[in-house]
Design a binder for this molecule. Structure first.
Ligand code: GLA
Length: 762
């Protein structure tokens, strides 16, 4: 709900209030964003100083409190006494322009405002406030927007050139706001196979910037960030979440001013940005997303997860369960033929998978990553019955069929490049650089977009394809507004291909999580989180992403051990326990999986299927843990799953205490553990503590037994109230080298347990 009284605006979400007003000089003064305020509080809330401050320039000589530098603002300009970073920078042909936008009018729309540009956006806003500002000196108007969703506010800016000469936009943020007080910023950094690690830093008087300059939302700096206080934990305290519905170069900054105001802004990166705004034209920013929770980071995540699941992902896929898939990449790479694929598909079906995904290598001369990219004609040597025939055979086995593409890129060694070298994204006079032997196609060119739409659509219509993995493996450093225009081109292509085919499940991928962003999610309900499937590494990546994105958006696969990137060994059960907290898939050569491990996979899939809705759409909680542990929970209110993951065990652990929150304190719950087996090789020679005959842990008998016999770890089975479980209970002890009688948990380094907590109804 949005209310206005004497130019004081009150934006009310389900559990927050946002307050600002128009000052006498026409600027927008920010007052408050936090827990719901009463009507009276909202009317009286004030932040003001009636006297001037130190070196402040006064906006009006007759008003000592009129310095813009010491006013908390909803937007600011340059050159009028606010020395803080400005969200807007403009030039005309000759000079940098002073900007000073002041209130002219406002409007409250039910639902969304009429749109200007083509940015992807969330659907289903309750109301939208538009405030129109103007700077007559430079003949420009600025319209600012606040759209209300359940517990999220979307903001954006639209700049209009009302003059007779072109203007050049060097910077236009989606929003800017000044909070009073001291904060910390948490953001996600990383690289390929090390995506979404968190970093938290106090915001001081020097500016902190979270920015991507790779052309994409990037695995180096995800656009999402959290703002919190020193006291904020996963479960309590103030937590603000911010994000941008955009897939290109982005920018966010925070800095504290000398007056103790913390300025926050976010938008398209201004680095090397220059956009010509012709007379009469408008430039619209992508939407920024903001939320607040007084229930800590878990509360912030809940608001953002609900927003994505309810309003952001394509309508067809909202709360629709994602199929359990088998992907051919890690098992086969480029080396496969129809026989191999059908063998894998049969096995995947036997294990319980629902969808078979053929990854890279099915077209042109794509037998390695140096060639063929761009030529989407089926390799008939590998697939003699074509995709149509393969899809039919896979469907007959009882699986859906999905396919990999990388439509934005091209190898130099490809027919497409030989025919159209000019289609490559490049600067006149400079040779473009390659990454993974690829150039990017210039999606700003209409003929390129038409080519991609046609070639991908033709393939999709040639066979029964119900899933697409859309990959992109090369950064871009195109400068100017070119990066933004590329992203617009990409959205255009994807909409033209997938809007008419809403039932195709699109999983976006960019060398893993290089484009894990809200812009992609408006088209692609699921995103491949990382090429790294080592469960210990995935704990970092999935946890980092979980702050801002729901489990339903995260592709999470079980792969082989030792892991191909870290060479780390892991238990099959831990690999699954981590992957359960997302969209489960399997990605390993099933011909090389032991009989015992296949049995485990079958059990894992059966279990996941039973609770798929909760794992994909349930409320997600992280626990405050030390660096050796992670504890995650998903819940639908009646049933919860708690994963406890351990990076390293310590000797003689003694009794542990486990706390389980987010349960009804008055209700009774039955707590069990998903039954787990460990390999003989995990316990090694200690098996002789149990075995009636002595087995040499390095001998052939042990090797054979390792593939056939597994040891069952102790399981929990207890009933307690939610209150007791939140107070902490002592689970069965950990194995500590002093004997094993079946009542110890066998959890080594990298071990895990999955607790199942169900209401008994008593
Ligand atoms: C990227 C993706 C992988 C796989 C390969 C295929 O690395 O992230 O999942 O699809 O490309 O070349």
């Amino acid at each position: 709900m949005i209310k206005e009284k004497q130019l004081r605006f009150q934006i009310q979400t389900k559990s927050t209030t946002y307050l600002f007003e128009v000052t006498e000089s026409g600027h927008l003064k920010h007052y408050y964003y936090g827990p719901v305020l009463s009507e009276k509080d909202a009317e009286n809330w004030d932040i003001s100083s009636s006297v001037g401050w130190g070196c402040a320039l006064l906006y009006r000589q007759d008003d000592p409190s009129s310095s813009l530098h010491t006013t908390p603002l909803e937007w600011s300009g340059s050159g009028c006494g606010d020395y803080r970073e400005s969200p807007i920078e403009l030039e005309d042909a000759d000079r940098v322009l002073t900007t000073d936008f002041r209130y002219v009018s406002h409007k409250i729309y039910s639902g969304e405002e009429p749109r200007h540009f083509l940015w992807p956006r969330a659907e289903g806003a309750e109301e939208t406030l538009e405030v129109c500002l103007s700077d007559p000196e430079i003949a420009m108007d600025l319209h600012l927007y606040w759209s209300v969703f359940d517990d999220v506010i979307c903001r954006k800016a639209v700049l209009l050139n009302k003059g007779n000469d072109p203007r050049y936009v060097r910077k236009l943020m989606s929003f800017c706001v000044d909070f009073s007080g001291e904060y910390r910023m948490m953001n996600l950094h990383g690289d390929w196979i090390r995506e979404a690690h968190t970093e938290t830093a106090p915001v001081g008087y020097s500016r902190i910037v979270n920015e991507s300059l790779t052309g994409f939302s990037s695995n180096q700096h995800n656009p999402a960030f959290a703002v919190m206080t020193e006291q904020t934990t996963e479960w309590s305290g103030d937590a603000y979440g911010f994000n941008l519905i955009y897939s290109g170069n982005h920018y966010a900054s925070m800095a504290r001013s000398s007056a103790n105001l913390t300025r926050i802004m976010q938008g398209i990166s201004p680095a090397n940005f220059r956009f010509e705004l012709a007379p009469g034209e408008a430039l619209e920013t992508p939407d920024a997303v903001m939320t607040f929770s007084a229930e800590g980071l878990n509360g912030m995540s809940r608001n953002l997860h609900e927003f994505v699941n309810n309003s952001l992902v394509p309508a067809y896929w909202r709360y629709r369960e994602r199929p359990i898939l088998y992907n051919s990449w890690e098992g086969c790479m480029f080396d496969f033929n129809e026989r191999k694929l059908l063998g894998l598909a049969k096995e995947a079906k036997r294990l319980g998978c629902e969808l078979f995904v053929l990854d890279d290598g099915w077209f042109g001369t794509r037998n390695d990553d140096t060639q063929g990219l761009g030529d989407y004609n089926v390799n008939m040597k590998k697939l003699p019955h074509g995709l149509t025939g393969l899809a039919e055979r896979i469907n007959k086995i009882g699986l859906q069929f999905g396919l990999w593409f990388e439509p934005e890129a091209v190898n130099e060694n490809s027919d497409l490049y030989r025919m159209h070298p000019d289609w490559v994204l490049q600067e006149p006079g400079r040779k473009p650089l390659q990454g993974r032997n690829e150039y990017l196609l210039d999606l700003r060119m209409e003929c390129v977009r038409d080519y991609i739409v046609k070639s991908v659509s033709d393939v999709l219509d040639s066979a029964n394809i119900t899933y697409v993995k859309w990959d992109m493996n090369r950064h871009s450093n195109v400068l100017g507004a070119g990066s933004m225009e590329y992203v617009l081109g990409l959205y255009d292509v994807m909409h033209r291909i997938f809007d008419p085919r809403p039932e195709i499940l699109l999983e976006s991928c960019a060398s893993g999580g290089n484009r894990f962003d809200l812009g992609m999610m408006t088209i692609s309900p699921q995103i491949w989180a990382s090429d790294n499937t080592d469960p210990m590494e995935r704990l970092y990546t999935q946890k980092g992403l979980s702050y801002f994105y729901p489990q339903s958006t995260m592709g999470c696969h079980v792969s082989a051990s030792p892991h191909m990137q870290t060479m780390r060994h892991s238990e099959m059960e831990t690999r699954a326990n981590v992957a359960f907290f997302g969209d489960l898939g399997y990605e390993l050569d099933l011909d090389h999986v032991t009989y015992e491990n296949k049995k485990k996979i079958r059990e894992q899939i059966k279990f996941y299927k039973q609770y798929q809705r909760i794992f994909q759409f349930g409320t997600f909680y992280r626990y405050d843990t030390d660096e050796n542990h992670e504890q995650w929970q998903v819940s639908d209110g009646d049933c919860s799953f708690v994963g406890v993951f351990r990076r390293q065990v310590s000797a003689a652990p003694g009794y542990e205490k486990l706390f389980i929150y987010a349960l009804d304190p008055e209700q009774e719950y039955h707590v069990t553990t998903r039954p787990q087996n460990v390999n003989l090789s995990t316990v090694g020679g200690s098996i002789n503590l149990l075995s009636p005959i002595k087995i040499n842990p390095n001998g052939p008998l042990f090797y054979v037994a390792d593939h056939r016999i597994h040891i069952t770890a102790a399981s929990e089975d207890r009933t307690h109230t939610g209150r007791a479980l939140a107070g902490g209970f002592v689970p069965v002890p950990l194995f500590a080298g002093s004997g094993y009688d079946g009542r110890q948990r066998l959890v080594g380094d990298g071990g895990s347990e999955l607790y199942v907590i169900e209401k008994t109804g008593k």
